[in-house]
Design a protein around this ligand. Structure first.
Ligand code: DON
Length: 566
């Protein structure tokens, strides 16, 4: 063999060793693989922290808590301590837990708080002001999940985020652009100058050091929930409310409790899925979508073809119409989950779908039941060597929430109140409408679309999946699942595949530029569909577990997301 050939082989072998040790893709179309653990999150720093926890012998729950705190530092657009979200957890003992740490309306909130004297919703009040913030749930959620299911010490899982905040990290190009683009509103909305405002422009590689946030995280490390909901952190939040005209009080903070809820579970083909129950609409909607679509032969309809897009859009219209009418916080309204996900009801909804013609949204209503966001959220998926897994979606709602940073605390506040229906029929930032079930009430949780989901096959973990994207979360998760189960894609291919979305109102199939080819666009138009090309849909971070136990990560190329395994 020629020396060049030997060198080539040596280089190839070396690159394989390097590839395997840092978890990069093993070959085209496939995401990074791991045997012992896998973390997929929106930022490489957070993924590294999660992986280091797993390497130290921590379980998936330890890693999830560590990643959540890390994202609050390195991904402030959506990672948070003053937001909320949902964890869907499966343990090695095959038990599934779902934790709701969704924000709540402050006690002083009221039904018409965003309605002006003319009877209309005041633009921006529920998104761009301090009145947009719900009572944060994340810290209580992290404490509760760690206490119940974590294995390392509390300080071990939070310390990496503290170090990251104190030492700083290099921001990505996307983050630099983001921070530059919100500079004007940061100046306008804040009563002080948080570190996110820089006199010169932000550049890729700039170091972002967050000393105040490090101190806040240390209080949480030392006093757990009390480090956030009382003491100096709570004082800073309440002081910010007083300065900027907000509603959250010490009482609101002390009263906040996250809640363990029963998962929404069901079967799709030979798989079982577990997803989030209300106050997220994600699990119910996913169960409805999978139930309706299972009546059709999607595989032979083909991927992103006129036939499959038509079927999925028609299913989506009906599911989002139900969502607008029936879904809300189960602690306040009776949500007819069983009726909405009943097999017969879903068959009836499937029968309404015409094979060759779109049903206009204005002739679709919520079903009659038998009885009875720049926008930013973030999803991460974690699996460990013992079979524990966490599917986690958390959010501030809009990008950087309401873009108000708590003075002294160093963290962004959420603008989650916009997820309530401010007025029946009046769309929120995602164009979603709602009614009585999701009206504002003191202490109530606003309806969410977040859909953190776990899938098992023959009682073995099969997939960990979820996405940000406001109203498009549900359909992004839905498509990713179908891409693997019906279309046989790898995890990475399923995540990278182009997406489309229908949410009943507006009556539009919204699609990523190359998701639907021009011939199919014409075909769909001829059936009576309306179409609109939009930017990115969703940002899915997911894990697929192969039959031999190998974990394949799928990080969404639409962001800076990173998957790493070992
Ligand atoms: O809970 C919800 O459904 C929304 N607040 C999620 C917001 C979101 O996904 C924004 N991200 N891109």
């Amino acid at each position: 063999m020629k020396p060049e050939a030997l060198t080539k082989i040596a280089l190839f072998t070396l690159s394989l060793i390097l590839i395997n040790s840092c978890g990069a893709p093993s070959h085209e179309g496939m995401g990074p693989i791991g045997k012992q653990g896998m973390v997929v999150s929106a930022h490489p720093e957070a993924t590294n922290i999660g992986l280091s926890i797993l390497r130290k012998g921590g379980n998936a729950i330890d890693a999830a808590v560590a990643v959540q705190f890390a994202l609050a530092v390195c991904y402030p657009a959506a990672g948070n301590i003053a937001g909320g979200g949902f964890f869907v957890i499966r343990t090695s003992a095959q038990k599934v837990y779902t934790l709701d740490f969704r924000e709540k309306a402050p006690l002083a909130a009221s039904k018409n708080m965003y309605i002006g004297p003319d009877g209309e919703v005041v633009k921006g009040l529920s998104t761009q002001t301090i009145l947009a913030s719900g009572v944060p749930g994340t810290v209580d959620g992290m404490v509760k999940s760690h206490e119940k299911l974590g294995s390392l010490t509390w300080s071990a899982v939070i310390q990496p985020a503290i170090d990251l905040a104190r030492k700083g990290f290099s921001i990505t190009r996307r983050q630099a652009n983001d921070l530059n683009s919100i500079k004007k509103s940061l100046i306008e909305r804040n009563t002080w100058k948080p570190v996110f405002i820089k006199d010169s422009i932000w550049k890729e590689g700039d170091l972002l050091v967050q000393t105040e946030l490090a101190l806040t995280l240390e209080r949480i490390r030392d006093s757990k929930r009390e480090g956030f909901y009382s003491g100096p952190t709570a004082d800073y939040i309440v002081q910010q409310m007083l300065e900027s005209g907000g509603l959250i009080t010490h009482q609101d903070l002390q009263d906040y409790q996250s809640v363990w809820r029963e998962p929404i579970t069901g079967n799709y083909r030979n798989y079982t899925f577990y997803s989030m129950a209300p106050p997220s609409s994600g699990g119910v909607a996913l169960k409805q979508l999978l139930g309706i679509i299972s009546k059709f032969d999607l595989k032979s309809a083909g991927h992103n073809t006129v036939k499959s897009i038509h079927l999925m859009a028609e299913a989506e219209k009906r599911v989002y119409a139900d969502r607008a009418e029936y879904l809300g916080d189960p602690d306040f309204v009776a949500v007819p989950v069983n009726e909405l996900t009943d097999e017969k009801y879903l068959s009836k909804r499937a029968d309404e779908i015409k094979a060759d013609k779109a049903t206009p949204s204005d002739s679709i209503k919520a079903g009659v039941l038998g009885k009875a966001e720049s926008m930013e959220t973030t999803h991460f998926s974690i699996a460990d060597r013992w079979g524990n897994a966490v599917s986690a979606t958390t959010t501030l709602n809009g990008g950087y929430g309401n873009q108000i940073v708590v003075k002294g605390g160093g963290f962004f506040l959420n603008n989650e109140m916009d997820d309530f229906s401010s007025k029946p029929g009046s769309p929120n930032i995602y164009g979603l409408i709602g009614n009585y079930a999701n009206a504002i009430e003191p202490g109530k949780r606003m309806l969410s679309c977040m859909t953190p989901t776990l899938i098992t096959k023959n009682d073995k973990l099969y997939m960990v999946v979820g996405s940000p994207g406001g109203s498009t979360i549900i359909t992004s998760v839905f498509q990713t699942i179908l891409n693997v189960i019906d279309y046989g894609m790898s995890m990475q291919q399923a995540v990278s595949a182009k997406r489309y979305h229908h949410q009943w109102l507006p009556d539009l199939i919204q699609y990523e530029p190359t998701a639907i080819d021009t011939v199919s666009v014409s075909g769909l138009l001829a059936m009576g569909h309306h179409l609109k090309k939009i930017g990115n849909i969703g940002r899915v971070d997911a894990i697929l577990i192969w039959p031999d136990g190998t974990m394949e990560g799928g990080a969404d190329p639409r962001g800076d997301d990173a998957a790493k395994g070992f």
